[in-house]
Design a protein around this ligand. Structure first.
Ligand SMILES: *Cc1c(COP(=O)(O)O)cnc(C)c1O
Length: 421
């Protein structure tokens, strides 16, 4: 099986470990920037094209600043994420709020920042108007129901909690137009971790058809179409990444026909990808604590599901490299585990690997999105540090590891003294 690329050598990472103990997440700035530029270039034909990085994937302000410099905005889905964007210096249309079951305070915060608000439900029109006032620009999230197949992770669109129905969204544009809203967008997202490039072209088709219909039925000219997130990454060696140039060419063809052809240009194309922006360029680095041989062979790491939950939660595949043993035969079978008191705390089950010994450094690939971000404190586990490999080869810490004091920060031990049990 082909090995996956790693942007550092064993000796280099051993030096890093002396300063920053394992486990930690490490992101590759150069690769993230190159990927961002390639994405933008692929859609260079579309004036106003913008990617709003879904910060829930990797909410680190240093990465956000890098992506901002590359011309990206951010997609937020909570008040704290909006605050994070604010602290990175983002404002106005650099920020999109795509949330659901949205509290008033979140609409308020988005409005204060001048962010683009993406409504999830027709009832939110009144709710937003009452609680924050309607902004000049509004986007709505479309749930195409049976007009589009969802993918495995998101499931059938009709069962999904997100978005307006077809009838509701057309009514929504009429309502908002009457209420004086001036600029309109449309959004949809019906896939997650999808590797089929045609899927995204079909999604654009669904939205472009809707844009034509909204113009006919509600007299509204939509200014931007947000195609959502959900572009997958090749977690398994041998899988093919989504060819963004191909996706762009397919969308461009539909744009010429349906948008330009119906006099609805210009229309800006937006995405709000998370995983495809940083996922492949982040690595969880851990060390082997124990090799245990019972009915199976277990390699116990100093990392756990608290550092990367996807394998335990979804049975997701993450490739594992034992550093320095890349050229040894993968002829031993291991369950690679963490130390949580949960039997699903496994990074891999029945994985063929070279023979592992305690002290080996293990790299878990594709942990750059929905990795550290999904961390938690169950079992008193502390979230790990995040490091950045800069373009000049330097390693900087962009988030320190949690300490026990962080874990205790929400508890008041002073009052405990007076508390009678
Ligand atoms: C999670 C999410 C994204 C990002 O998804 P990825 O799979 O990381 O690309 C984008 N938009 C919305 C609304 C989301 O919920």
């Amino acid at each position: 099986m082909a090995e996956k690329y790693i942007p550092f050598l064993k000796e280099e990472i051993e030096k890093v470990i002396e300063q920053y103990p394992t486990p930690f997440h490490l992101y590759d700035e150069k690769a993230i920037r190159e990927n961002a530029r390639r994405f933008k270039k692929a859609f260079g034909w579309n004036e106003g094209f913008k990617e709003y990085f879904a910060i829930k994937a990797t909410p680190n302000p240093y990465l956000m600043k890098i992506l901002k410099e590359e011309g990206f905005g951010v997609d937020c889905s909570s008040e704290v994420e909006l605050e994070l964007a604010r602290r990175v210096g983002m404002r106005g249309e650099e920020i999109m709020l795509t949330s659901n079951d949205t509290p008033a305070s979140e609409f308020h915060a988005a409005k204060q920042l001048g962010a683009i608000i993406n409504l999830d439900d027709i009832s939110h029109i009144d709710y937003l108007e009452k609680n924050a006032g309607l902004p000049e620009t509004i986007c709505m999230r479309y749930n195409p129901g049976d007009l589009k197949q969802g993918n495995l992770i998101i499931g059938h669109p009709e069962d999904s909690k997100y978005g307006f129905t077809h009838e509701q969204i057309i009514e929504g544009y009429r309502l908002l137009k009457n209420k004086g809203v001036k600029e309109f967008g449309v959004h949809t997202m019906v896939a997650s971790n999808e590797l089929d490039p045609d899927y995204f072209i079909e999604t654009a088709d669904v939205l472009f058809n809707l844009i034509v219909e909204v113009h006919q039925k509600a007299g509204v000219k939509i200014r931007f179409a947000n195609l959502g997130g959900g572009v997958g990454i090749p977690y398994k060696p041998g899988q093919k990444p989504v060819d963004l140039e191909y996706v762009s060419a397919g969308i461009r063809k539909l744009y010429e026909e349906k948008i330009f052809g119906n006099g609805l240009a210009p229309l800006k194309i937006f995405f709000e990808l998370g995983r495809a922006i940083t996922g492949p360029y982040g690595y969880l680095v851990a060390q082997v604590l124990h090799i245990k041989k019972t009915y199976k062979n277990f390699a116990g790491l100093d990392a756990s599901m608290a550092n990367l939950m996807r394998p335990g939660m979804y049975g997701a595949y993450h490739h594992i490299t034992v550093l320095g043993k890349e050229n040894e035969p993968r002829n031993r079978k291991y369950d690679v585990t963490g130390s949580l008191c949960e039997n699903n705390d496994k990074f891999a089950i029945d994985r063929m690997l070279p023979e592992i010994e305690p002290g080996d450094v293990v790299v878990i690939h594709d942990a750059g999105a929905h990795g550290h971000a999904m961390g938690f404190n169950y079992n008193g586990k502390l979230r790990s540090a995040e490091l950045l490999l800069r373009e000049n080869g330097e390693i900087v810490q962009i988030r320190r590891a949690e300490t026990a004091e962080d874990y205790f920060a929400t508890l008041d031990f002073k009052s405990l003294k007076d508390f009678k049990a």
